[in-house]
Design a protein around this ligand. Sequence first.
Ligand code: APR
Length: 255
Amino acid sequence: MGGVEEAIVRAAQFFSNDAAVVCLTGAGVSAESGVPTFRDAQTGLWSRFDAEELATPQGFERDPGLVWRWYMWRLEQVGAAAPNPGHRALAELARLCEAFLLVTQNVDDLHEQAGSADVLHLHGSLFNFRCAACAAPHHLTVEERGADSPPACGLCGDLVRPDVVWFGESLPWDAVEEAAAAAHGCDVMLVVGTSGLVYPASQLPLVARQGGAMVIDVNPEPGPISSIADIFLLGKSGEVLPALARAVRELRAEL
Ligand code: APR
């Protein structure tokens, strides 16, 4: 990791016991678990379809079966994935800090599997389903998972859909408000594996910065977040985050 080691030790100093930390994660944190990002997932079998067909309300109206099959395929991919050292290090950092809010744009459950509690899912979850019309929650049966088309809502008879945020849809308002308030009041904003291109999650590091927080970005590629970050930790989250958690532990041991 070279010069990154020094930056990790510098970053670790901000994770004091009483620091309020907000961590924003994106697809990159799950990359080392083999979860295809939205864009990667559109390869192979699904390469001839675009986002309009697979992840918009209009696409679902046009061809609910196609969208259903794509989401069942993604559910299978995510179901087979396990958390990586990056997810585990974030759960550990949360245990080391009194106030730690984890906000994710990911629809997988790998943070929870790694032991993180109270994860704020800004884009919903692949594991939740609801009626497209009346929003009643729906629990999938094994048969429904293997079906070629979505089941009908037990209450109103309309179609059941994945409870994820599709393009053009609003994010869950209470989650966005909670994330924005926490970002504004935090001491440290740790950003991991997000391109910083998708609004409004991309605004959270800016909100934190305006509120006076130290912004730390972890990514193997520079991007819009690294350019506004106080500390940029260049590298994969599965390598950088365990090193960061270790450095925080070592600093605490010295006190
Ligand atoms: N560790 C850390 N970061 C990584 C790693 C890794 N091992 N591998 C890739 N990355 C970084 C990439 O450099 C990129 O900056 O993860 C980021 C992934 O970017 P996106 O695919 O745009 O993912 P994300 O920022 O989460 O996208 C936001 O857009 O596709 C929609 O709704 C979907 O939630 C998603 C949203």
